[in-house]
Design a protein around this ligand. Structure first.
Ligand SMILES: NC(=O)c1ccc[n+]([C@@H]2O[C@H](COP(=O)([O-])OP(=O)(O)OC[C@H]3O[C@@H](n4cnc5c(N)ncnc54)[C@H](OP(=O)(O)O)[C@@H]3O)[C@@H](O)[C@H]2O)c1
Length: 258
């Protein structure tokens, strides 16, 4: 029986997409969720959607940029004596450009949000988990971390960093009864993939819109993109399974086989 009854979960990228789906599922299993994103308004709407699930603990949100250390220290200070049972690092930004066309500003943004933001989240929350002698960290990486992707060089590098971080943390925090795991989604239907374009195979310049020529779905063995709910189920498994540690779980419709 999967249950997060009475658990307090911090979820970055909780305002929409995969992060929000994880929050909804965690809340439905009894967790109180703190959602993190940059925009107060979308966070308030997201928290409202959680309250409808009727979980026993209150839900709330904090708006800040996860790549800023000050945002994390303010959050940790505001928690006071609260527990953090599960940290999900799902905030992320994507890339749809070949490396030679990617600006330095975009490069900084991708590394700052996807990698530094995840590192700072772990750094901020691990001392709390060490004090309570338990906790679970779930970092959302990407299949591109290990398989690469055209037009996704910096994104893939940032997500490969997330896997390295997770594996290193597994060494560092296991003895404190803190588990560290990662999810590697393939292509999932969210704002991130909606309308995205992907560089055409074997060609440097033209971009392939997802909805043309069969688009991405035709490249995925199962024949479709994944849903956020399917990724959320993986997160729920990792949050609950007490022997899941250093687990890198791919949810990709078989894309990793291609
Ligand atoms: N969708 C996919 O196919 C796919 C595949 C593999 C991995 N992933 C990974 O899964 C995670 C979630 O992706 P998604 O598809 O759900 O994306 P999404 O729908 O675009 O949502 C991104 C989330 O990240 C938040 N965010 C972005 N930059 C932030 C920042 N600097 N500080 C705080 N929050 C920030 C956004 O909130 P605000 O905009 O309000 O800040 C939003 O909640 C990402 O790490 C992504 O790389 C996605």
């Amino acid at each position: 029986m999967l249950s997060l009854q009475g658990k307090r979960c911090l979820i970055t990228g909780g305002s929409r997409g995969i992060g929000l789906a994880i929050a909804k599922l965690f809340a439905a299993h009894g967790a109180g969720c703190t959602l993190i994103g940059r925009h107060e308004e979308s966070l308030a709407t997201a928290v409202g959607s959680l309250q409808q699930t009727g979980a026993s603990l209150p839900h709330n949100s904090h708006a800040f940029d996860v790549s800023r250390q000050s945002g994390w220290s303010d959050l940790v200070r505001s928690l006071k004596t609260d527990r953090v049972d599960v940290l999900v690092n799902a905030a992320g930004v994507s890339q749809n450009s070949l490396l030679f066309k990617t600006s330095c500003d975009k490069l900084d943004e991708i590394l700052d949000v996807n990698l530094k933001g995840t590192i700072l989240g772990c750094q901020g929350v691990i001392p709390i988990m060490m004090k309570q002698k338990s906790g679970c960290i779930i970092n959302v990486s990407s299949l591109l971390a290990t398989h690469g992707g055209r037009g996704a060089s910096v994104y893939a590098a940032s997500k490969a960093g997330v896997i390295g971080l997770t594996r290193s943390l597994a060494w560092e925090v296991g003895r404190f009864n803190i588990r560290a795991n990662a999810i590697q989604p393939g292509y999932i239907q969210t704002d991130m993939t909606r309308g995205a374009v992907f560089p055409r195979p074997f060609s440097l310049v033209p971009l392939l819109p997802m909805d043309k020529d069969g688009g991405l779905a035709a490249l995925i063995p199962i024949g479709r993109l994944g849903t956020v709910e399917e990724v959320a189920e993986a997160a729920l498994f990792l949050a609950n399974n007490s022997y899941a540690h250093n687990c890198v779980l791919n949810i990709d419709g078989g894309l990793s086989a291609t």
